[in-house]
Design a protein around this ligand. Sequence first.
Ligand code: CA
Ligand code: CA
Length: 210
Amino acid sequence: MSYVAPVEGGTLVIAGCEEGHYVVRYETVADEPFAPEILVLGDINHNSVNDVVFATQRCDEDDEECVYRTQVITWEAEMRRFVSLLSQTITSDELPEVIDTDNDQVSEILIRLESNGTDSTGPLRTGINIYDWDGSVYVLSIVQLDPPRFRVQIVHEADRYFAARQWDDAINLYQLAFTAKTSDSGSTTRANGWTATSSTGCWWRMRLPE
Ligand SMILES: [Ca+2]
Ligand SMILES: [Ca+2]
């Protein structure tokens, strides 16, 4: 079998043997200068069929903001081709970890949210997202966010409670958003079991609810 990569970026190719000859069964290309990074070769969903977890990095035009796009594929014998085990491509700032967090022999895909945000994104909540196997695909199963650190994050959390008609929780957080000290004071405000700690103050330019 001979193979020529289609572009200058790194390429992941999986070849399979058919009637005595190797043929390309799967191919994906990364943006130059990156190459797909294989994270796991093994049976992550415990169905006795090996899977491939890989990520490719992609940056914006200025190369200032880069993200990893993670895919999980497996060989589907009946369809005679590789298929995705994700409901959607996982995008993250950091490479994911593939670990069995609850010891049920099925590995989860864990994304650590460590970015505080940029000028273009605004403040971001840090924490953990966990994708778990639902029997058909990996889906976002657990969102475990750290306490909000910026006023706008408190408002967004209050909005979520408001949408869920959890009025008391929403009111407490709206009140906290109004009364939380700014970064200039360096103080910490506690309400509703959360701690809101001010920071640099550069993201305090937001519109509070009327
Ligand atoms: Ca598997
Ligand atoms: Ca597990």
